[in-house]
Write a protein that binds this ligand. Sequence first.
Ligand SMILES: NC(=O)N[C@@H](CC(=O)O)C(=O)O
Ligand SMILES: [Zn+2]
Ligand SMILES: [Zn+2]
Length: 424
Amino acid sequence: MLIKNAHIISDTEYTADIQITDDKITAIGQQLTAREDDTILDATGATVVPGLIDVHVHFREPGFTAKETIKTGAQAAAHGGFTTVVAMSNLKPVPDTVAALTPVLAKNRSDANITVRQFAPITHDLHSDQLVDMPALLEAGALGFSNDGVGVQDADTMYQAMKQAAKLKAPIVAHIEDASLMHGGVINAGPIAEKLNLPGIINQTESSQLARDLDLAEATGVHYHACHVSTRQSVALIREAKKRGVHVTAEVSPHHLLLDENNIPGDNPMFKMNPPLRSRADHLALLEGLQDGTLDMIATDHAPHTLEEKSGSFKTAAFGIVGSETAFPLLYTKLVKSKMFTLKQLIAKMSTVPAEQFGLPGGHITVGGPADLTILDLDTTYTIDPTDWFSKGKNSPFIGEKVQGQALYTISRGQIAYQKGGQA
Ligand SMILES: NC(=O)N[C@@H](CC(=O)O)C(=O)O
Ligand SMILES: [Zn+2]
Ligand SMILES: [Zn+2]
């Protein structure tokens, strides 16, 4: 493949041709000549970035394929410009043994047109305090360990998991939630919860468990990764922990960067997710944390559900919203076009940093590196419309938003995984 006139935004910004051979970038230069069998893509007017990387998606297969499958989830991610994603393990059966994990890994390879890596759970069944066989699951191909969807309630369970993972140099990826502080909540505790007469989730449901975990992470030396950080207290705790040398990384979701509880237009469960949209002060602390590096990366927490599960009231609907197909356009439009962040900063948070922190392919456009890149149209304005999506999940609070930024081509391992207007 030969990409002509690529305006590249990677470690530096320049215009060049990119030659791809098999799954690698084999040359970058001016006026490269096409080989006989090269597919030629003219990127004139477009912007070429390292393929986006999302370390937090839910693909729902096996167990919940009415919500999503590995195939539709991967197609959605490719449409969103992602060349690599990491899938969570709140599946049925939970892939907590090599026997249960192996078929999931095989399907991640066979059904996905991008790279799909997999977290295995920390404990059996996600809810028990029995640790999985970490060495065996890593050996089988897990990227690390996460009970996402559920917090690890027992401190010694987390401590033992961290000790093991540290020894194995594998990350512990934490959904931080103290169940005893959930209080049956479905929305952020605050004025909106009161107005709508809904049970609230306090910030400390997250931050008190995070404080415990950071202390344990410091004691064990594990790579501890905090999922979907949502509160100002959590940002402060992570900032302090980093200062004293704890090996902690953190992600923040597009929705927590773009919305807060004041954006919730009444009892509409399209705005229901866990953790919930927080206060304006929390929202601003997340933006500040992203800016100063306390929050290392952006991850979507793509959580597809059926429309039935997302209808009715906050009280009964499922937690979670989709994100793969809207993350880049929303963040580009609302954070980059508004000059809060540069495009280079956004690409670092959505590609370079997750690649480096989790040892994933890509993150840079370099000769010899993987041919994982995304060709973007940053100009055309369009309306977010779920009928354009590959995801089975149409649960998003962003439908109808006017945005700029979309993938024209997503190239994963040298293959076109998504092509605008083409067959994926
Ligand atoms: N974020 C959510 O609201 N839901 C996620 C679980 C999770 O990420 O904790 C899901 O699996 O639906
Ligand atoms: Zn979670
Ligand atoms: Zn999640």
